[in-house]
Design a protein. Structure first.
Length: 513
């Protein structure tokens, strides 16, 4: 990798007719652009150049060349010029976005949300504010679902959750800086900055490229101070890509058909279960979006409203004002709905109302935290509900997980060891096994993107009789699988054999029963 020792300004390498549009925001992740302060430009000879304040490592330069499919030369550039052009280029990009994105599905973008951009980052005087905003900026560009700020004895560690896996981003030196980061988050979420002994929850919004992004904040006391977890809810990103469909979520054809069949039932209850972050709510949204034709009244109650669906009445929970799931659900049933979505069944009262709604002619969608489809019945029994009413109302339970996909850019054929194959009852010729070596596209992980795998438990009269009679769980499982139910682990194993994911991901996500 060649590097120029002199310092260049943008005027030295850019022809006069090249404007801010030469900043390639599509092919160069803004996370790296901010972290490394880099600008992609085209010289007078037409060769791509990466202008940065300091030397780039080989992996990042390789990533840029792979995205552009052309060699790129690195040049050192004046910091002031990079600040100017980053701000000007993003402002130009945002100005175009504002025309189309001022309203997302009818949502008016608020003017009170703070702007988050490269230009604003360079203008921040406070190092703590600049660090926090840069962290959130990078998280958005990396597609992170959560940002973790964990206090340590020497400061704090900042980690992102990308594709369901934690990744270390940077360390913050100094306990005072770590404390100020958490205090800044409290101010943004209007929490009590003086309270450091109790957990606190809040939320805030930031304006990014003409749209509002919601952030949910959880503060938790720890040994070295307070830890913060920020959940990123970027509604517009999914809506703009058009990926809010069962096809885009990665379900197999049989699974998609079965889910759609259950979603078109006239009444009853469809539950989606799985651990936190397994895509339960997204699956319900995709299901509602597919069945919504305008002929039915659909009402949802959620905490919070993560995606906005046109033509659907969506109610956000507000426990501080007394609007809980149970109280809101009671009011919804007086609002003449045909289909109701309850964001989560958390308590016996909400569960009881949801069951009664399903028994009185409504189709109810909801999520429940359980390890598999069969454990949902035990959860309702633990809540003290009448088991006969529960199984009478319940049409089906969908248990799902998200598995990371092998990166298509660096995937290479591999032959699993004999022990691994024998443990899963496979032979080398039973599949096309692939594994990612790690590249710039997947940030060196070998995985890029995720897809859903799910088992669907459909209840019929015989299964209902077994459950009401409190038959052994082994007997219930055997009866369900005799009716064609495919276990979650078996479906994930099929994805491994097709080369979509790996044995390591199979063990990480699914339970060996």
């Amino acid at each position: 990798m060649s590097a120029a020792l002199n310092s260049y300004s943008l005027a030295d390498v850019l022809p006069a007719d090249h404007g801010p549009w030469q900043l390639d925001f599509e092919h160069w992740p803004q996370a790296q652009a901010q972290r490394w302060r880099a600008v992609l430009a085209v010289g007078a000879n037409g060769r791509r150049m990466l202008l940065a304040e300091r030397e780039l490592d080989a992996l990042l330069l390789q990533s840029v060349e792979a995205r552009l499919q052309a060699p790129v030369r690195w040049l050192r550039c004046e910091p002031a010029a990079i600040t100017h052009w980053l701000g000007a280029g993003e402002a130009d990009f945002r100005a175009l976005s504002d025309v189309e994105e001022d309203s997302v599905d009818g949502e008016i973008v608020g003017a009170d949300a703070e702007e988050l951009s490269a230009l604003r980052l360079s203008e921040q005087a406070s190092p703590v504010v600049r660090l926090l905003n840069a962290t959130l900026y990078d998280a958005l560009q990396d597609g992170a679902s959560d940002v973790h700020i964990e206090c340590t004895a020497r400061g704090a560690a900042i980690r992102f959750r990308v594709d369901g896996v934690m990744a270390m981003v940077r360390s913050v030196d100094g306990a005072a800086t770590a404390e100020q980061l958490v205090s800044r988050l409290k101010v943004m979420s209007e929490l009590d900055i003086g309270e450091r002994r109790l957990p606190q929850d809040g939320r805030f919004k930031l304006r990014v490229q003409g749209r509002e992004v919601d952030f949910r904040l959880s503060i938790m006391p720890s040994v070295f101070g307070e830890d913060a977890v920020i959940r990123i809810l970027d509604r517009a990103r999914i809506e703009q890509t058009g990926s809010l469909t069962l096809d885009a979520l990665g379900f197999d054809g049989d699974e998609r058909a079965a889910i759609r069949h259950q979603a078109r039932q006239p009444h009853g209850m469809l539950l989606v279960t799985g651990p936190t972050g397994s895509g339960k709510t997204t699956t319900l949204y995709a299901t509602l979006a597919e069945i919504h034709t305008g002929t039915d009244k659909i009402i949802t109650i959620e905490d919070p409203v993560e995606y906005q669906l046109p033509g659907v009445v969506q109610i956000p929970v507000n426990e501080k004002k007394g609007l809980t799931f149970s109280r809101g659900l009671r009011s919804i049933l007086r609002h003449d709905p045909d289909r109701v979505m309850v964001g989560e069944i958390r308590d016996a009262e909400t569960a009881q109302i949801a069951v009664q709604a399903a028994l009185t002619g409504h189709l109810v969608f909801s999520t429940v935290h359980a390890n598999n489809a069969f454990d949902v019945i035990g959860r309702f029994m633990h809540m003290g509900l009448d088991l006969y009413n529960v199984v009478s109302a319940l049409n089906a339970v969908l248990a799902q997980r998200l598995v990371r996909l092998t990166c298509r850019h660096c995937a290479r054929p591999v032959l699993p060891d004999e022990l691994t194959l024998n443990r899963h009852g496979l032979k080398p010729e039973d599949g096309t096994f692939l594994k990612g070596e790690g590249c710039g596209h997947c940030r060196g992980t070998g995985y890029k993107g995720r897809r859903a795998v799910a088992e669907l438990l459909k209840l019929d009269d015989e299964l209902r009789d077994l459950i009401v009679a409190r038959a052994p769980m082994s007997q219930i499982k055997e009866a369900a699988r005799a009716r064609g139910m495919k276990p979650l682990r078996a479906l994930a194993l099929q994805a491994v054999c097709r080369g979509e994911t790996t044995f390591e991901e199979l063990e990480r996500v699914t339970l060996d029963e």
